[in-house]
Design a protein around this ligand. Sequence first.
Ligand SMILES: [Fe+2]
Length: 308
Amino acid sequence: MTTLSDIPGLTTTRAAFIERVQGEGRLYIEQPYELYSEENHAVWAQLFARMQDRWAKYANHRFLEGLATLCLDPTKVPRLEDVNGFMAPLTGFRAKAVSGYVPAYLFFDCLRQREFPTTITIRDGAVLDYLPEPDIFHDIAGHVPMHTDKAFADTLVMFGECAKAAAERVSLIADEREQVAVLTSVIKAMARFFWFTIEFGLMRGTAPGELKAYGSGLLSSYGELAHCIESPDVQRFPFQLEWVVNQYFEIDHYQPLLFIVDDFDHLFAEVERLITWVREGKLDHVSPGEPAISEADLRSFLVAARAV
Ligand SMILES: [Fe+2]
């Protein structure tokens, strides 16, 4: 029988190294670069090569500048150390290797400290187009080029401040059931905001009526990057906070609804409003529905609230 330890490489859901460190309870890990197989590097090369034309056409110019700054090797899975060597001097952000899902508070708190939890495995070559979990292509080629931009980096830090504001607010509530109810709503609102901006955001381009992508879910998807800009089936509306925090989303198909920000200063201002709304209790009862908030997410915020 083939076991995980017989399979070489760091392939998503089939990496013996990841299984081992998860078994040891380690979330923050190193990137054991020597474990990447030739196939892993070939998948990176294939993904990276086919995105070039799409990025040139549909990505916002900050992303393109960031991509050039990072000097990624088109033929090899990137070393986080090299990426950080280019990125950290610009905005202080660093990619931080993780073994899997990072509970919500810890994730946002990493952002507050200018650390970006980064998946180190890469998808199987047989599923280039869709995978439900992030991989290093999504995290490094989709997210990280934006982290070289100061306004965008500052916006990510504000998500961390927002999580902190939520923990502080909940620390003032005595009843634990009420704490959980409020947190479930606030985390849902934050997750929706993050989804419709950092993951799937659109931004106005320089020409009248032009739209560009800045969300990493779009920028790391060959099919959806063209679809999100070109397709008549996608609804595109100016970003509206009241709407976004109440809008459910599903992760297993192209997004039918996207929101447009003017620029990163606009996005920053909206996260500031989000923080104000957390403090004022305006997010305590957002519309139910996706995303579901896990026990681990709730617990991470409750632990933070107790430490306030
Ligand atoms: Fe992402």
